[in-house]
Design a protein around this ligand. Structure first.
Ligand SMILES: Cc1ncc(COP(=O)(O)O)c(C=O)c1O
Ligand SMILES: N[C@@H](CCCC[NH3+])C(=O)O
Length: 467
């Protein structure tokens, strides 16, 4: 018997399902706990993209990242369409690929007309290999190596100059070449309420030029014929639910455009970064994609009118809100340990190596037993990973239906900063990932093998064991 809350919400995993109907693409993916196509089928199993999660695990193994194509496409379109609706100037959405960088994800967002923000040579290589147009790729980093900068210049992408060292190296490498396209990353000095580790816009941040250096930077850049400075950039942090910090940022950035004009710089691009939060639990209440885009556009237009400036090309670079809720991770339940009067641990076949966010940021997730979605949530259990680390806990006090070894547990909203931050701790092989759409599942990341684990290992002659 499924019990019902006074609110009418079923006390089963059904409560996590989005109110999605295929004709209505208005739901903002970042406000859902499960991918938009999630439903429960006649076997009481969770289905995503028309694929039964239990069957996917049988076919592709466990743990498994399951990425819903429709949810990612919907999020891309909502960013793009909102910019078109609320901004009279040109605009471009970039995907912050640090959220999940792999060939398929880069190709998917590029097919929706997005550009890509990369934060290293490796992410750049991935985006280029996926076939992304170099003119739509932007390289970030507070300590880019000379090799990374050379690679960026040779590839014809835009470099986000983050500091003086960066600028000097770019000028040196650019000599004798076409002017190198750069944008300046500036620290706005704007605080927001999010985890300390993922705040970037406050003054005490390792990213970007200090606001006190602004005039000097504009003066320097204006004299360099090797540089083509097209824009300014700022990013205030991640998993943000408030709108005011981004309004403040937009106004401040237009001020930077006015300041730069005094140095004869023709800066035409303004990149407000990313940062829109997502729903990890029912108590998270982020604005929708449209609600985030609209005030930014309005503030830029109003401030430009006031300052008598032409509208800049507006760029933004969301990561988490494009992909976070498009994915679930499916695990197989194994051992259980009941400590009377204390708690019950349920262990799964992954943990901090495939999702390091709980142990790193104390992030809270929701889960369900995918093969019995309507069963009442009668158990309060702690979901433990399989690593040799007491802190390897995925969820404390999860409300689940009664489970047994072999059941499939899905953890929700694992699309952002999970695979991309995954490790091989305890030499676990990295999990596979599939993309699902219209009842079809395709592998996008092969599961690592034991051979993969030792591929880069070298065994010096003198250490070889002689029998
Ligand atoms: C420079 C930059 N741009 C974009 C992002 C993407 O942020 P989010 O995933 O919160 O949208 C980040 C990460 O915080 C970032 O550091
Ligand atoms: N890795 C962080 C986000 C970092 C954002 C990058 N600047 C997270 O998982 O929440």
């Amino acid at each position: 018997m499924v019990s019902t809350h006074p609110s009418g919400v079923q006390d089963s995993a059904h409560k996590y399902l989005p109110l999605f109907n295929s004709k209505n693409f208005d739901l903002s993916p970042n406000q859902q706990l499960l991918p938009l196509t999630a439903k429960v089928n006649s076997q009481d199993c969770l289905e995503i993209g028309g694929c039964d999660v239990k069957t996917l695990v049988e076919q592709f193994g466990s743990p498994l990242y399951i990425l819903d194509e429709e949810t990612v496409r919907t999020a891309c379109r909502q960013y793009r369409d909102s910019l078109k609706r609320y901004y009279k100037g040109e605009s471009q959405v970039l995907y912050a690929s640090k959220a999940w960088s792999c060939l398929a994800v880069c190709a998917l967002v590029a097919s929706e007309g997005l550009g890509i923000d990369v934060a290293s040579g490796g992410e750049l290589y991935t985006a280029l290999t996926a076939g992304v147009n170099p003119e739509l790729i932007y390289l970030h980093g507070n300590n880019k190596s000379r090799e990374e900068l050379r690679y960026a210049i040779e590839s014809g992408i835009t470099i986000m100059a983050d500091n003086w060292h960066d600028l000097q190296q770019i000028v040196e490498l650019a000599q004798g070449q076409q002017p190198v396209r750069i944008m300046l990353r500036l620290t706005p000095g704007i605080d927001c309420h999010t985890h300390e580790y993922i705040r970037t816009g406050h003054l005490d941040s390792k990213f970007g030029f200090d606001p006190g250096d602004l005039d000097e930077v504009f003066a320097f850049v204006s004299k360099q014929t090797a540089l083509n400075c097209i824009g300014v950039h700022a990013h205030i942090g991640s998993q943000i639910f408030e709108l005011q910090p981004h309004r403040d940022l937009a106004a401040l950035m237009v001020q930077w455009l006015t300041d730069s004009a005094k140095y004869g710089l023709k800066i035409t691009n303004l990149n407000v970064g990313g940062g829109l939060g997502i729903t990890y639990t029912e108590s998270d209440d982020p604005p929708s994609i449209e609600e985030w885009v609209k005030p930014i556009c309005q503030v830029i237009e109003e401030t430009c009118t006031k300052e008598n400036l032409p509208l800049p090309k507006l760029l933004c670079e969301p990561g988490r809100s494009l992909i976070g809720t498009a994915c679930v991770t499916a695990y197989t339940i194994g051992s259980q340990k009941e400590i009377p009067g204390i708690r019950t641990y349920i262990a799964v076949d992954g943990g901090m190596s495939d999702n390091p966010r709980p142990i790193t940021y104390q992030s809270v997730y929701r889960a369900a037993i995918a093969n019995q979605m309507s069963q009442p949530l009668t158990q309060t259990v702690t979901i433990a990973g399989k690593h040799c680390e007491s802190g390897d806990i995925l969820i404390k006090n999860a409300q689940l239906s009664k489970s047994k070894p072999g059941d499939i547990l899905v953890v929700m909203a694992t699309g952002a900063y999970n695979y991309s931050m995954a490790s091989n701790y305890n030499r676990l092989t990295r999990s596979a990932a599939v993309i699902v759409a219209n009842g079809e599942a395709n592998l996008i990341l092969r599961r690592e093998t034991y051979q993969d684990l030792v591929r880069q290992d070298c065994l010096p002659e003198r250490l070889i064991q002689k029998s």
